[in-house]
Write a protein that binds this ligand. Structure first.
Ligand SMILES: Nc1ncnc2c1ncn2[C@@H]1O[C@H](COP(=O)(O)OP(=O)(O)O)[C@@H](O)[C@H]1O
Ligand SMILES: *[C@@H]1O[C@H](CO)[C@@H](O)[C@H](O)[C@H]1NC(C)=O
Ligand SMILES: *[C@@H]1O[C@H](CO)[C@@H](O)[C@H](O)[C@H]1NC(C)=O
Ligand SMILES: *[C@@H]1O[C@H](CO)[C@@H](O)[C@H](O)[C@H]1NC(C)=O
Length: 900
């Protein structure tokens, strides 16, 4: 009995306690928050210990405010799995949410309208979807971080983020962001950190960055690449660290002199051009500047001693060490600078002599620039007054661009000037007074000749402009008729000019555009034409004759007489080599430019030869790259067909590998060999992916790899290139190429993909390592074919060591490099095309072997930098392959670490 009563007392007592607890609990935390927390506990499949019972304010990692509502949830690195319930945003007083470095999956919780939320960290989880109103109404948000959530579907940075006017940090590296960076940065007066590396953001830097207080701007390694200029950095005076590497930014480095706190700037692997401004090298706090793999020009920048700099080897500085460029180079760069340093110029204008194959520039025999031909480039910008420093210039063609501002007065001082064509631009202002010897073309510039008083609307013509504007109106009213007339006249002129060119004897100097105007008669004619120049009749165009033979570094039809002359009538002494389609001769133009003339044997010019010939011209006109041999021009003279190439003084890789002894050459060192391999890989990578269109070489081999005096290599002989259709699907084509280098699937089916070149490249690597030819009939049967023999070798390091080219001197370090190349050669020649790496992988694998530079600073940030990356495109392909362990183990794959 007693016992019973005792028991019921206990029960009563328990009930009482419960009631008290519940009452207290009701006071302590609102029922809503408790329900949500219970749901959260339930939805985490492994919730933290202690997450039971009705008092969430007491739970581990949970805090409540004085009103008893949940203010903070902090569960970092607890190996949590499961999901976050979608109603988390009903925790109306939540200030801080830390769930980083767990295994949370499922949809991200909507955080919308959590007006107290200040601090969110969701880094390093496995969330798989983004709710639509994820980040709206977060009016107190200060730091937001969602790095390293690569399982998210592609999502865009929501514009609604601009409600978060107190934002200090926004971090979303490797979170699958796509689309543009929204232009909302006028809304964040306190923003200091914006870290969006390793996503697929595209478009340009938003203008609202300007005057923002961002200090830490990390936008590196976007898959497709951010593009446009980096001009906006100029006004971002708080910047300390700027990572823009591995993107597609273009244009010059702006004046960064107001960024006085900047200490770390990473610009490598973009398409930046222009002269590196002194304001940049003199930044007071600068510690690290990575500039490699761009197309910078001008003097090598000199940084002070404490600065860690990488300029790489692929920028086009005028000299190999700091110091001023040749005055003509300085001037031309200033001219290019007024056009924001166009990419084509940056790629072609190498070295310190504008007379050596600079595109759009021609020179006279004495090495003075006589022609600038920037016609029809659609360039924007202005005409630099510095042109007047090119005192020997005769022809300046700037027509059909989008140039603004005025014609500089300084041009009137040019004594030799004969033609200045600025027609069809947006130039304005008064036309300077040129001497009577100058033909001036200014039509198609709406506001030119109108000497506007400052700030008056362009429409009120002043007296002096009457002629001009009348001509203008006439042009506009019958535009289409004009187009027809002009095209017909132009066509006739082309025909005339070509005939004329053929008739001209060996005296013809085809590099020098003005030569055609030499005779007195022509000068007379031109003067007469000039006097009627404002009337704009088609007759006036007769002076255009002089334009047609302007050699501008582009392609040109070259008369056979010229080629005969420069090769001394195709003399035996000038033979450089013989190839499948004919003999290659050496020649020298009047301006000193050395060329190689490839003369097709006439009996070989069946349809096949002709098709190759045309294919080669067509492709080479589109393709320009520092690792591809440039085509200067061609000649098609009935049954003679010739191609004129840039001269490669050191001949072919084949000679240096296999015939060095009989040619009196030194055998190549290992360093030279890897450097050559990387050059070739870059050239082929460009063919595959960087040209506007994708191309497959199809005949890669050592005789098609040519060397310059610096022993840097360029790929040649595109006669067999067939343009790959979009998306690089395989095309079935007639079998072409050379035995020993043919990929098995190509030999068997004739189906071509870019992987055919990868295979051939692998064979070349094997030749570089062993010094043996792809096919060597003199060897025993099991060694005749290099590929199967070598692939057997690479199963054992020692057998590779025993089969190296005997001329290679190998210490351990060298052998380790050789071994890596040997493995790469193995991958490249995999039987299955899909198992071969892309050319961009190959570039990545080879670059560290060539470029010995290593960073010495410890990484401070959470985004590890991979200094081996060489091209923006590489990442895209790399990432596409990241999941296949075989390919990622081949290359540095640990490029992104999350740590906090
Ligand atoms: N641009 C060049 N500059 C210097 N030498 C060249 C050039 N082009 C070709 N040669 C020489 O002529 C040889 C034959 O060239 P090519 O006809 O292109 O070879 P193939 O038909 O075997 O591919 C090359 O191996 C090289 O020695
Ligand atoms: C992430 O989630 C996906 C399903 O969405 C699953 O297949 C994968 O294994 C998860 N990864 C980790 C590391 O938990
Ligand atoms: C990156 O985004 C672009 C569209 O902007 C898309 O075409 C491309 O497929 C994306 N790349 C990857 C790897 O997701
Ligand atoms: C052009 O010449 C003038 C005077 O000779 C000189 O001051 C100026 O720096 C030169 N400009 C360039 C771009 O070379």
């Amino acid at each position: 009995m007693n016992g019973n009563r005792y028991k019921s007392t206990i029960i009563l007592y328990d009930t009482l306690i419960s009631i008290i607890t519940i009452t207290a609990f009701l006071h302590y935390v609102s029922a809503d928050d408790a329900t949500i927390m219970a749901a959260l506990a339930k939805s985490l499949s492994s919730h933290p210990s202690g997450w039971v019972g009705p008092k969430p304010c007491k739970w581990q990692g949970v805090d409540c405010d004085s009103s008893g509502k949940i203010s903070s949830i902090s569960l970092p690195s607890m190996s949590l799995t499961g999901q976050i319930p979608s109603n988390l945003n009903q925790l109306s007083n939540l200030k801080s949410l830390h769930l980083q470095n767990n295994f949370l999956s499922g949809p991200l919780p909507s955080l919308s309208n959590l007006a107290s939320l200040q601090d969110v960290n969701l880094d390093g989880n496995n969330f798989s979807s983004v709710p639509r109103d994820f980040l709206s109404g977060l009016t107190s948000l200060q730091t937001f971080s969602i790095n390293n959530n690569s399982n998210l579907p592609p999502w865009i940075i929501p514009e609604t983020l601009k409600d978060s006017t107190s934002l200090v940090s926004f971090n979303a590296g490797k979170a699958n962001l796509v689309g543009q960076i929204p232009d909302i940065f006028g809304s964040f007066p306190s923003l200091q950190n914006l870290r969006l590396s390793y996503n697929n953001l595209t478009g340009s830097l938003p203008l609202s960055f300007s005057n923002s207080g961002i200090q830490n701007l990390l936008l590196n390694n976007q898959m497709m690449g951010l593009s446009g200029t980096i001009d906006v950095l100029r006004t971002m005076s708080q910047l300390t660290e700027v990572w823009l590497h591995v993107n597609k930014f273009s244009g010059p480095i702006p004046d960064l002199s107001s960024c006085r706190e900047l200490y770390d700037i990473q610009l490598r692997d973009n398409f930046l051009t222009g002269v590196i401004p002194e304001s940049f090298t003199k930044l007071p706090k600068l510690k690290t500047a990575m500039l490699q793999n761009n197309v910078f020009q001008g003097p090598q920048p000199g940084f002070s001693n404490g600065v860690q700099v990488n300029l790489g080897t692929s920028n086009n500085f005028c000299n190999p060490s700091p110091g001023p460029c040749d005055p003509q180079v300085t001037t031309l760069l200033e001219v290019a600078g007024a056009l924001d340093y166009p990419m084509v110029l940056a790629q072609s204008w190498k070295g310190n002599n504008p007379c050596q194959n600079w595109i759009h520039i021609s020179c006279d025999v004495k090495g003075s620039v006589t022609v600038i031909n920037f016609a029809k480039q659609n360039w924007f910008g202005t005409i630099s007054p510095a042109i007047s420093n090119l005192t020997e210039i005769k022809t300046i063609l700037l027509n059909d661009n989008n140039l603004t501002s005025t014609i500089p007065d300084s041009l009137t001082s040019l004594k030799q000037l004969q033609l200045l064509d600025v027609s069809n631009n947006n130039l304005s202002g008064k036309i300077p007074k040129f001497s009577s010897g100058v033909t001036l073309k200014t039509t198609g510039n709406t506001y030119i000749g109108i000497d506007l008083p400052p700030n008056s609307p362009p429409g009120s013509t002043s007296k002096g402009a009457n002629n001009q504007s009348r001509a203008k109106n006439g042009t506009n009213s019958s535009l289409s008729a004009w187009v027809i007339v002009v095209s017909v006249v132009a066509a006739i002129l082309v025909v005339l000019a070509l005939c004329y060119a053929k008739k001209r004897s060996a005296k013809y100097k085809w590099v020098n555009g003005s030569e055609l105007g030499n005779s007195e008669k022509e000068n007379e004619a031109r003067k007469n034409v000039k006097s009627t120049s404002t009337s704009e009749t088609p007759i006036r165009s007769s002076s255009e004759k002089i334009d047609y033979h302007v050699y501008d570094g582009g392609n040109i039809m070259i008369p056979i007489e010229v080629l005969r002359e420069v090769t001394n009538s195709f003399s035996e002494n000038n033979i450089l080599g013989r190839g499948g389609f004919g003999v290659v001769y050496r020649g020298q133009l009047h301006d000193g430019t050395r060329i190689a003339v490839k003369r097709m044997e006439s009996n070989i010019l069946s349809n096949k030869g002709m098709n190759e010939f045309k294919a080669e011209i067509e492709v080479l006109t589109k393709v320009r790259h520092r690792n591809l041999v440039a085509l200067h021009g061609f000649c098609d003279n009935g049954n003679e067909r010739l191609l004129v190439y840039e001269y490669m003084p050191q001949g072919s890789l084949g000679q240096h590998l296999f015939h060095w002894d009989e040619s009196g050459l030194m055998p190549l060192t290992w360093n030279q060999r890897v450097t050559i391999a990387l050059d070739v890989a870059r050239g082929v990578e460009y063919l595959h992916s960087l040209a506007q269109q994708s191309f497959i070489h199809r005949d890669l081999k050592p005789t098609n790899i040519l060397l310059g005096d610096d022993m840097r290599a360029k790929v040649s002989d595109f006669g067999l290139v067939r343009s790959a259709p979009d998306g690089k699907y395989s095309v079935e084509t007639r079998l072409a190429g050379t035995f020993g280098y043919l990929a098995p699937e190509y030999a068997a089916t004739g189906r071509v993909t870019t992987k055919v070149d990868v295979f051939a490249f692998g064979v070349v690597l094997m030749e570089i390592i062993t010094g043996r030819k792809a096919l060597e009939d003199s060897l025993p049967d099991d060694q005749t074919h290099l590929v199967p023999w070598f692939r057997r070798l690479i199963q054992y390091k020692d057998s590779v060591r025993a089969s190296l080219d005997p001329t290679l001197q190998t210490d351990e370090e060298t052998f380790s490099s050789i071994w890596q190349v040997a493995e790469l050669a193995g991958y490249c020649t995999a039987r299955e095309a899909q198992q071969r790496p892309d050319m961009s992988h190959v570039v990545n694998a080879l670059s560290p072997l060539v470029d010995h530079w290593k960073p010495t600073l410890e990484e401070e940030e959470s985004f590890g930098v991979d200094f081996n990356m060489s091209l923006p495109q590489a990442l895209q392909k790399w990432k596409a392959n990241e999941d296949t362990p075989s390919s990622s183990s081949m290359f540095t794959s640990d490029f992104y670490n999350s740590s906090n």
